[in-house]
Ligand binder design. Sequence first.
Ligand code: NAI
Ligand code: MG
Length: 348
Amino acid sequence: MESSNIRLAVIPGDGIGTEVVAEGLKVLNAVGVKAETSEYDLGARRYHASGETLPDAVLDELRGYDAILLGAVGDPSVPPGVLERDLLLRLRFELDHYVNLRPVKLFPGVATPLGEAGPEDIDMVVVREGTEGPYAGAGGVLRRGTPHEIATQESLNTAYGVERVVRYAFEKALSRPRRKLTLVHKTNVLTYAGDLWARTVDRLSLEFPEVETDYCHVDAASMFFVTQPARFDVIVTDNLFGDILTDLGAAVAGGIGLAASGNVNPARTAPSMFEPVHGSAPDIAGQGKADPTATILSVAMLLDHLGLTEAAGRVEQAVADDLLERQTAWTPRTTREIGDDIAARVAG
Ligand code: NAI
Ligand code: MG
C-alpha cells in the first residue's frame, strides 16, 4: 500500500452534498490513505447565516491543501447565480482549474438508455475548458427591465488558455489505448473562436503524431453521443459546450448518480477540486436516497491526481464490482448502505 499523508479540504455544501461527501470520506478512509481533512462550511447555509459566499481568507486557506472534495452547493432559497458565480465559478477561476475533467464511462451491469450500447461503446473522457469561454463573466446589461434592455455575454478565448487545455487533452489521449482526440466546437458559425481552437489542435497535433485527431460540431456531437458513442475517446471542448455535453454524457452512462468530475489545475499551482457532476438535489435531500457513487468515483479521481494510482484503482474497482452486483442482486439501499458496501469492498 502506498503510504502518504494528504491534506484535504472538504466542502460538503448543501442538500445531498453533505450526505454523499460523508460516504466519499468513508471510502477514502477504507482505502488506507492517511488523509488529514478540514471541513469548510460554504454554500446556501452560510450565505443565509452571514451573507458570505467565499470569504477571501477562506480562499487563501484553501490554497494550502493538496486537494479539495466538494459535495454540491445550491438551494432554491438562494437567488440563482449567487452560489454558482461567487462560490463555484470563483473557486474554479481563482484556483485556475483550467481542465474540467469528466469521464463518460459505462460500467458493466449499468443500464443505459441507449438500448444496445455496451461498456465497449461508451468509454470517453471529456476535457472541458474551465476558466474561459462564455463563463468568464464578460458582458453587461443596459436599461435592465425596460423594453430597451440590452444584454451581452461574451465568450473569451485566449491563445494561452486554449493551448494549455488542448495540450492536456493530447497528453490524456496519448495515455489511453485508442489515442484519439476529437475537438468539439461550432467552427462553422463561431468562426473567430472556432478558428483559434482548430488551429491550436492542428499545431499541437504535430507534437503528438501518435494521436489521431478528429473534429465534430457540437450539435452533431450531441447526436453521436446517442447514436454512435464509440466514435469518441478523448474530447476537448470549450466551457459551455462541455457543460452541456457532459450532462448528456452522464445520462448515457447510467445517470447523474454515477457521474464524477475533477476541476483540475494540471500545473499544480493550486489544489484541484473533485466533485460529483450533480447538484444538491433538494427534492431528495435528507432522505438517504442519494446515490453516493458519483462522489466515490470523484474520490478515485482525486487519488489518481495525487499520484496514488493504486488506491485510485482499488476504489474504482470496488465501485465497478458494486455496480455489477446491482444488476443481478438489486436491493434498495440508503446512501449510507451503498457507502458501507463500497467501503467494505475497498478494505476487503
Ligand atoms: P441536481 O443534480 O441537484 O438534481 C437533478 C435531479 O437528479 C433531481 O431529481 C435529483 O433528485 C436527481 N439526483 C441528483 N443527484 C442524485 C444522486 N446522487 N442520486 C440520486 N438522484 C440524484 O440538479 P438541479 O435540481 O438542477 O439543481 C439543484 C440545486 O443544485 C440548484 O441549486 C443548483 O444550482 C445546484 N447545482 C449545484 C451544482 C454543484 O454544486 N456543482 C451542480 C448542479 C446544480
Ligand atoms: Mg452542468
